[in-house]
Design a protein around this ligand. Structure first.
Ligand code: AR6
Length: 182
């Protein structure tokens, strides 16, 4: 379900409510952990849908630091690639969580640019098991992704793939503060 679409320059930004594993895009972003060996939440769903080849490739990456991102193929997913990023665990906001979350979106956009990808879908990183406040995370997600468009000139479509309507509303409010109606 599409909640909002906005255009910034030549780039279409969409807020949808969906299961990210079903999307046909160049890359879906995974909210992983530092081991990159899979887990619960969206990470578990992506690994289940991609098949065992995904964890085999992930094992060769030797983990990922919080705030960083690494790219693999998508295997049995419709998405050609998975960008694995590791969001911060929320600890009250005094341990650099905002900057680390922003870094996830920035690094993911940099990888899109480096690999010449044209479409990318993000889940609401850190807002599940890692307990980052959803409204604060949505603002960081939208703002940082828009800032990151300059590092990814190949990208023409960005999807914020929310898993609930309240999450989508928070992203829609954030996107409403940026960009113009499509
Ligand atoms: N499609 C889209 N969004 C989803 C899906 C899905 N299929 N499933 C969950 N979400 P979480 P985190 C939403 O917990 O907070 C894992 O164990 C979910 O509703 O998946 O970054 C990792 O291995 C929430 O809004 O990720 C790490 O250990 C958002 O995705 C840890 O969880 C993120 O929730 C990472 O925690």
């Amino acid at each position: 379900m599409t909640v909002l679409t906005r255009r910034i320059g030549g780039v279409q930004l969409e807020i949808i409510v969906a299961d990210i594993t079903t999307l046909s895009v160049d890359a879906i972003v995974n909210a992983a952990n530092t081991s990159l060996h899979g887990g619960g939440g969206v990470d578990g769903a992506i690994h289940r849908a991609a098949g065992p080849e995904l964890v085999a490739e992930c094992r060769m990456l030797h983990g990922c630091k919080t705030g960083d991102a690494k790219i693999t193929r998508g295997y049995r997913l419709k998405a050609a690639h998975v960008i694995h990023t590791v969001g911060p665990v929320w600890n009250g906001g005094t341990l650099g969580e905002d900057d680390l979350l922003a870094s996830c979106y920035r690094r993911a956009m940099e990888l899109c640019g480096k690999h010449n990808l044209s479409s990318v879908a993000f889940p609401a990183i850190s807002t599940g098991i890692y307990r980052f406040p959803a409204d604060r995370a949505a603002e960081i997600a939208v703002r940082t992704t828009i800032e990151g468009l300059s590092a990814a000139p190949s990208v023409g479509r960005v999807i914020f793939c929310c898993f609930s309507e309240p999450s989508a509303q928070l992203h829609a409010e954030a996107l409403g503060r940026h960009g113009s109606p499509c």
